[in-house]
Structures are given as C-alpha cells and as structure tokens.
Design a protein around this ligand. Structure first.
Ligand code: PLP
Length: 362
C-alpha cells in the first residue's frame, strides 16, 4: 500500500485519490488508443471529448447559462491580472478594484500599468484581516469593471456576500475557492481560477466570461491576448495544456459524483468548523488572525503564543502525517488549507492533533 499523508499544501494542493487512481489506470493506454492522453494530438477525437466534457461539466457544476464561455488557458491566474485590463479597460474608462491583500494587490499593480484604476475598497489599514463591507465599497458608476478576489489564500479571508455592482461587470479571481460552495455565478460577468487549488493540477486556468463582456474586448490586441480567440475555438486555437485539462475534467466528474456544489459546500462547512472550533474554544492558544465574519473556509490562518511553538507544531504535525501547515512566508504562523479534495477525516484528525498539542504545550 502506498502511504498517503493528509496534505494541507496551499497550492498545488491535494487531489482526490479517486482521480489520481483513474489517471494512473489510464496513463499508458488511454481508453484503448494504445497511447497516453499525454501523447495524443489535441485534435484527436479523444482529446476533443476531454475538452468538450470539461467545458460542459464546468458549466453544469456551476450552473452557468449558455451565455457563458468557459476557457482553459495557460499562464496561471497571474496572467489574467494583465489580460483583464488589456481586454476590458478601454481608453477614458476607469477600472475599480478591491484590495484585500497579496493577490488582489498584484492584480491592481498590473492594471495600473495598463490604465486608470480606482481603489473601490481596501483592508490595507487593517493589515488585510477583513473583507471590506459592501457599504465601504464605492466605485464610479461608469467603471469598466469591478475586480475582487473571492478568497484570499495568504491572509485567510473570504467574501461571504458580494458587492452589488449593478451595470458594472463584476470580475473575480476565484483561484482558491472556485467550486467550493454554491454561488449565484450569474452575478459575475467573468471569473477565473488557476486550477491548482480546487480544480486540478497547475498548468491550466479556468476562465468563464459572459457573452456581453466578451463582446466588448478591445480590438487590435495580440491574438493570444484577445479572449475572443480562445472563446471562438473552445480553447483549441493553439495547443492547450492537455494533461491538466484532462485532470480538471476528472475532478469535475468527482465533484458531480459527490452531489455537486451543495454537497461539497456542506463538507467544507464541517471541515472549517472543526478548525475554527479550536479558535473559539482556546483563543489564547489558537489565535485567529482575521475578523470573524471574513474568515476563509479554505485557508484557516492562526498564530500560536510564540514562534517556537508554531515551529514545534509544524514539525510534530509532519511526523504525524499532516503536511503543509506552515503559514505563507509573508505572514508566518499556521495555515490550514482545506480545499475540496481534503477529506472531512483530514480536517477532523488534524483538529484532534492540534487539540492534543495544546494539552501538551498549553
Ligand atoms: C494562487 C493564487 C493566484 C496565483 O495563481 P497562479 O496560477 O500561480 O498565477 C492568484 N490568485 C489567488 C487568489 C491565488 O490563490
């Protein structure tokens, strides 16, 4: 038997075991073709089926209407930071951004290189420990779009209600919480996610764009930057990251087989409750670092009474089979990342481990 740990890495992250087993089974001879999907042409019927299933599963799982295009592209979420203003920030317009730290800040920096940016809200003064309230968000009525980051992977905050932007297209970086909960996705004119947290391996980014936004892409952009290029070709304009898309397809099938986003959300709720219970019960030992209403379900960030204890917990956790609990180097502390593929058992067991650690060291 292969020994598998509970992997709390923030991304690339743990994948469903069932998916990895299917990949292994199909690796050398993909469904009787005598070759791996890694070796197949992206124009082959086998890959076309993978690509079209991945698109239709993404739409089905998230309940997206026919007015959305789902793209699978390379370059990571970080490339989208520039592509969005390049496509949608027209001359004379302003793009609104909410600054909730690290990734949101990076998206803002890219947009500022390209055009006019309005900071519609920010939690910088609170060291990014909260999500600005809708009342604290303001934006020009004729903004080109408004950009938010639904889950802040490093700081450990997450939107639980979204600003109502009316006619202004709402665009969201959902890299670290896509498909982790049931949402009304029709609120978003566009959303995107690097796959390596909730959807699959690194190397592919899912981009969903509503037709009305797609229609207003700037003319004259380089072919590969213009979203309409891949939208018109179902992401097969050039060679796509075939292996990554194949695994995303398997992950989406896995989500569907578990009962879709409502069921996935319920498991995620129980997982985060297992960890936040420690913050509630032993606040002097497990100090939550963010405002309660802004807590992330995906990345729980904590501080212990001192750094030596944090190091000790991380080391002992690793010995016990819980890997990846170190906070991001920019913030320190402990971060428990629990994306979809982390089983409830993993969250419950690590919580038990942490509770015992407190008993021994508190
Ligand atoms: C991980 C992450 C990114 C960066 O994704 P890449 O695919 O590495 O470019 C961007 N935004 C958020 C919210 C993330 O969690």
């Amino acid at each position: 038997m292969t020994k598998r740990v509970f992997n709390f890495n923030p991304g690339p992250a743990t994948l469903p075991l069932e998916v990895l087993e299917t990949v292994k089974e199909e690796l050398l001879d993909y469904r009787g073709t005598g070759m791996s999907i890694l070796e197949s042409s992206h124009r082959s019927p086998e890959y076309e089926e993978v690509n079209s299933s991945a698109i239709s599963l993404a739409k089905e799982v998230m309940g997206l209407g026919d007015n959305y295009k789902v793209l699978f592209v390379g370059g990571g979420a970080s490339t989208q930071f520039a592509y969005i203003p390049l496509n949608f920030l027209h001359e004379g317009k302003t793009a609104a951004y909410v600054d909730t730290g690290t990734w949101a800040t990076k998206a803002i920096k890219e947009a500022q290189n390209i055009g006019e940016v309005h900071i519609a809200g920010s939690s910088k003064n609170a060291d990014y420990t909260l999500i600005p309230k809708p009342a604290d968000i303001d934006f020009p009525e004729d903004a080109a779009y408004m950009h938010i980051t639904t889950n802040n992977t490093i700081k450990g905050t997450q939107y639980h209600t979204f600003p109502d932007t009316g006619e202004v297209p709402l665009i969201s970086d959902m890299s670290s919480d896509i498909c982790s909960r049931q949402l009304d996705f029709s609120k978003f004119a566009m959303f995107y996610a690097g796959a390596q947290k909730n959807l699959g391996p690194s190397g592919v980014t899912l981009v969903a764009i509503r037709d009305d936004l797609l229609e207003i892409c700037k003319d004259g952009l380089p072919t590969m930057i213009d979203y309409r290029t891949q939208a018109a070709k179902d992401s097969l304009f050039n060679t796509p990251p075939v292996f990554a898309v194949y695994i995303v397809k398997l992950v989406l099938e896995w989500i569907r087989s578990r009962g879709g986003l409502t069921a996935v959300e319920e498991v995620n709720r129980r997982k985060k409750e297992a960890i936040y219970r420690l913050v509630e019960t032993y606040p002097e030992f497990f100090r939550g670092t963010v405002e309660k209403e802004s807590r992330s379900w995906m990345n729980v960030t904590l501080r212990l009474p001192n750094e030596d204890l944090e190091k000790k917990l991380i080391a002992e956790a690793k010995e016990a089979g819980f890997v990846g609990l170190k906070g991001h180097r920019s913030v320190g502390g402990i971060r428990v990342s629990m994306y979809n593929a982390m089983p409830l058992e993993g969250a419950e067991k690590v919580a038990e481990f942490m509770e015992n650690f407190r008993k021994a060291n508190g």
